[in-house]
Ligand binder design. Structure first.
Ligand code: ADP
Ligand code: ADP
Length: 231
């Protein structure tokens, strides 16, 4: 049950008159429900890969197929619809809107996409906050919350439109180890529900506990390990 497929994907950045190949021909296949860690040194191409997978940037060559659709053939308005319907994003620095409460942050993607009827949005947002253990913080602003609490709310927000795929770019990079563990378990629980989670991380211990670890070096996949680690 393939959710994401990459065929000979290359990405070149123009630097003045020169080109720099940030990805040099990446092939990969990811199935529904997988928890994939993307690891590699700074500058190896991880963010570039995530941006291509998420339809934020387009490849120079090759094809990216998400749920049967070749996304690098989509126009910008189709792409933005695709992102909203299919993908939730989680970031290292949470990126919650500081002027909105936790509840309002979770409502925002629903109000944007308008796929969930407006009469159901508040109840859904509250249910998502409960799912991540943050129901008692619904009325608080991000500045009144710890990093771990903010990340839980960011995960609730990522789930707002019920995406099939969650991309998490260093979701524990700004959290202490206990809080990282909680966020990791929360992301893991999403894969148990059939969501596909792809996480860029520098945390080797957590990476090893994902079902699969893909290593990127110098724009290429150099390792792809599927583990049976009991997590
Ligand atoms: P960028 O997204 O800017 O290319 P990275 O995602 O590679 O940067 O790195 C994010 C942060 O993690 C940086 O501050 C970097 O210094 C730090 N970092 C890089 N490598 C490691 C590592 N092996 N262990 C811990 N932190 C790292
Ligand atoms: P990582 O996330 O693993 O740190 P990136 O995907 O951010 O790596 O970057 C891969 C390489 O591409 C790096 O050498 C980086 O300097 C380069 N790069 C990234 N974005 C751009 C850009 N917009 N223009 C030019 N070079 C870029």
């Amino acid at each position: 049950n393939t959710v994401i497929q990459l065929e000979k994907v290359k990405k070149m950045y123009a630097i003045g008159e020169n080109g720099f190949w940030a990805l040099k021909g990446v092939n990969m296949q990811i199935d529904k429900g997988e928890f994939v860690a993307i690891v590699g040194k700074s500058g190896s191409g991880k963010s570039t890969l995530l941006n291509l997978l998420g339809g934020i940037d387009t490849p120079t060559e090759g094809r990216i197929i998400v749920k049967g659709t070749v996304i690098n053939g989509l126009r910008e308005n189709q792409l933005s619809r695709f992102r909203g319907d299919t993908i939730g994003f989680v970031f290292q620095f949470f990126q919650l809107m500081p002027t909105l409460t936790a509840l309002e942050n979770v409502l925002m993607p629903m109000d944007f996409l308008k796929r969930i009827p407006s009469s159901e949005r508040r109840e859904r947002a509250n249910a998502l906050l409960a799912k991540v253990g943050m129901e008692s913080h619904a009325g608080k602003f991000p500045s009144a919350l710890s990093g771990g609490e903010q990340q839980r709310i960011a995960i609730a927000r990522a789930l707002a439109n019920n995406p099939d795929i969650i991309f998490a770019d260093e979701p524990t990079g700004n959290l202490d180890s206990n809080t990282s563990e909680e966020v990791f378990r929360l992301l893991k629980s999403l894969t148990d529900e059939g969501k596909t989670v792809i996480m860029v991380t520098h945390n080797n211990e957590l990476a090893e506990r994902c079902g699969r670890t893909i290593r990127i070096s110098d724009g290429q996949i150099t390792e792809d390990i599927i583990s049976n680690y009991e997590r």
